[in-house]
Design a protein around this ligand. Structure first.
Ligand code: CDP
Length: 218
């Protein structure tokens, strides 16, 4: 698929920021697939459905009343953009994302984003399951320590204290859950370019992806 760039990677690697910037540079649409899993977790909590009830959560995922309106994310008409970013909902997203029926329920909804032109999609299984024919696949990562430091900075938390240790532990727990699950685990594909951003800023990462794009998708 000449019109799809798939960017996968672990939690807090910065892939969302890079993917959105690449999409803007190309004038393409951007899919934050993690948001769909977060929305499913939030919707289940609102409806009183436990995150492990596969059939019930999958039903909610199929019917997800979501509207993406520019920067805003509306669930049942309410702006939930900030709510879905909480650590609690992130953990819930990781739980519902391990259920095969839920992943199946969200598959067509994700593919539909590529029907009207170019798409940059970010997540855990963009290159392996959702868009295996993408013309460019990138595995964007950084060490857990660096990712924790970035998240701490976002939250205004000093490096090194107990709060920082908790962030690092959350990131490691999510890495383990996303990597070790049997359905659509997070992994670097043989045909994906590796982008390690340990010592790289956003600008440089965006330029690297655009450079690969020009070579692989032209
Ligand atoms: O922001 P962060 O990178 O921490 O997470 P996210 O991309 O918003 O995704 C939240 C959770 O959804 C992840 O921990 C994954 O378990 C799950 N997810 C997934 O399984 N497949 C995707 N394509 C995207 C997210």
């Amino acid at each position: 698929m000449r019109n799809v760039i798939a960017i996968d990677g672990p939690s807090a690697s910065g892939k969302g920021t890079v993917a959105a910037r690449v999409a803007r540079e190309l004038g393409w649409a951007y899919l934050d697939s993690g948001a769909l899993y977060r929305l499913t977790a939030l919707y289940a909590r609102e409806q009183g459905v436990t995150w492990t009830d596969e059939a019930a959560v999958a039903k909610l995922a199929t019917d997800l009343p979501v509207v993406f309106d520019g920067e805003r994310v509306l669930l049942n008409g309410c702006d939930v953009g900030a709510t879905i970013r909480s650590e609690a909902i992130g953990m819930g997203a990781s739980k519902v994302a391990a259920l095969p029926q839920v992943r199946e329920a969200l598959l067509q909804r994700q593919r539909a984003f590529a029907e009207n032109g170019g798409l940059v999609a970010d997540g855990r299984d963009m290159g392996s399951v959702v868009f295996p024919q993408a013309c460019l696949k990138v595995f964007l990562t950084a060490s857990a320590q660096v990712r924790a430091a970035r998240r701490a900075k976002q939250l205004g938390i000093a490096c090194g204290g107990a709060e920082f240790d908790r962030i690092l532990a959350d990131i490691q727990a999510r890495d383990a859950a996303d990597t070790n699950r049997s359905t659509a685990p997070l992994r670097q594909l043989p045909d994906a370019y590796l982008l390690n951003t340990d010592h790289m800023g956003i600008e440089e990462a965006v330029n690297q992806v655009l450079d690969w794009f020009n070579r692989a998708c032209a």
